[in-house]
Design a protein around this ligand. Structure first.
Ligand SMILES: Cc1ncc(COP(=O)(O)O)c(C=O)c1O
Length: 440
């Protein structure tokens, strides 16, 4: 299979990036590629190499890059002005669409990033409950706020419910405001909620945590126990919103939270995110409804940006077409099945984890139901596999394949060929003690 060429232009850009950016990158962990453009399910780097793109801008490009309808919508707004810091038609119409689509959404507040949305959702829960502590799940990603970085992905996890900060620079005091539970462990989560209910402002989770689907009954149990104590349940749907179903994970799994956060898809590739949920909790964003005492301060220069909202609306229109989700899930399932089969044949201890729109390989055997299980995955082997795939024209993040509506059967075939070739190479170079190769 063809290997990547590196043009002088791209190498110079990488050099400049190393000189000017910490780690030579924007903070996304992919410093050795400079992407020039993207169309449909493919991207090209500055050297002209073409890739089937499963990075998808870390998820927003669910309908593919440069979709003509999304570009038209954004361009139509672009010539009328780019930001107003005022209500605008696109933003209002997008809010209406979110309220219509997402089961828990009675009101919507726009921000620019998922990080902000999650931080404000936690603040809204605190304002509503007049308590401070938030329960989250180990390995759950809720953006980059101090609170969210407690036990984001600890390599050396502590004892539940004590969290550990996953970054330098987090005030010690934040640690004590967060309680941490193991994902998919109904008994522990319920016991912690019962024990701490009087201190808890809210419970936040990714209903599909990173790659881990919820075990049957887990979300329902959380819903039941939080409702019992009147504690707001927050679904972080920054990834799952409009991806697992038009109404997000709450529609897909049939469990309705009190609040949710949205991002990625709703901005159509532009910076836009939202907090949505029950009117009585969202009322804290409205001083007229809750007075000075209950008012939650939230202002953002670009919140509800009209270009992002126009692109988001166009994206949702495409997703709403009959058959969109069936096609997305079919493409993802075909990929997952093919990868599972190839891994089996390779004899490497590995499995495919996730759901058709978002999945990856974990190089470990055994059940994968929480963050600690995923730590058994051989991270070095995954890194090597990703790098072999990059050489074979597949672009993805560290630990996720994002599938899009734009991925074609040809993209799927190319990906499967690349997997087969990369696994062959990986098997040659990796001596694994548990390896039992089967004939190809
Ligand atoms: C589940 C989840 N929540 C929140 C965020 C943060 O979103 P943003 O990167 O827009 O701040 C992410 C980002 O990937 C995410 O995956």
């Amino acid at each position: 299979m063809a290997t990547r060429i590196r043009s002088d232009i791209e190498l110079k850009l990488v050099e400049t990036a190393i000189d000017t950016l910490p780690g030579g990158e924007f903070g996304n962990g992919v410093p050795d590629i400079v992407v020039r453009e993207g169309h449909g399910g493919r991207v090209w780097d500055e050297s002209g190499n073409e890739y089937v793109d499963f990075l998808l801008g870390s998820g927003p490009m669910l309908v593919g890059h440069s979709h003509p309808q999304v570009l038209d919508a954004a361009q139509a707004q672009l010539v009328k002005g780019t930001t107003f810091f005022a209500n605008n038609r696109q933003g209002i119409e997008l809010a209406r669409e979110i309220v219509a689509a997402v089961p828990c959404a009675e009101k919507v507040r726009f921000v620019s990033t998922g990080t902000e949305a999650d931080a404000y959702a936690m603040r809204a829960a605190r304002a509503f409950r007049k308590r401070d502590k938030i329960l989250k799940f180990e390995g759950g990603y809720h953006g980059m706020s101090d609170y969210a970085l407690i036990s984001l992905a600890p390599k050396r996890p502590g004892n539940f419910p004590q969290g550990v900060p996953d970054s330098a620079g987090i005030p010690r005091s934040v640690q004590s405001e967060m309680l941490v539970a193991p994902f998919n462990d109904i008994e522990t989560a319920q016991a912690l909620i019962r024990e701490h209910h009087d201190d808890l402002a809210g419970v936040i989770l990714e209903p599909f945590q990173r790659l881990l689907p919820p075990v049957p009954g887990f979300l329902e149990a959380l819903r039941e126990t939080t409702s019992e104590y009147g504690i707001p349940l927050i679904f972080d749907e920054v990834v799952t919103g409009f991806r697992l179903a038009y109404g997000g994970a709450q529609e897909c799994f049939g469990v309705m939270p009190d609040l949710c956060t949205l991002g990625k898809v709703i901005g159509g590739g532009f910076p836009l995110a939202a907090i949505a949920g029950r009117a009585d909790i969202m009322a804290h964003f409205d001083r007229n409804l809750v007075g000075d005492e209950g008012f939650l301060t939230q202002i953002g220069t670009l919140s509800g940006n009209p270009i992002a909202a126009a692109a988001g609306l166009a994206t949702l229109e495409i997703l709403k077409r009959p058959g969109s989700y069936e096609r997305l899930f079919r493409t993802g399932q075909d990929l997952m099945d093919a990868l599972t089969e190839l891994l089996k044949r390779s004899g490497l201890p590995a499995q495919v984890v996730g759901m058709p729109p978002v999945f990856d390989v974990v190089f470990a055997s055994g059940t994968m139901k929480d963050h600690r299980d995923t730590l058994r995955g051989d991270a070095e082997m995954l890194k090597r596999f990703n790098s072999l795939l990059r050489e074979r024209g597949i672009l993805k993040g560290h630990s996720k394949y994002y599938v899009s509506l734009a991925h074609t059967p040809e993209d799927v075939r190319h990906t499967i060929d690349a997997w087969a070739s990369a696994l062959e190479e990986l098997s040659k170079t990796v001596e694994h003690k548990n390896r039992h190769p089967k004939p190809l």
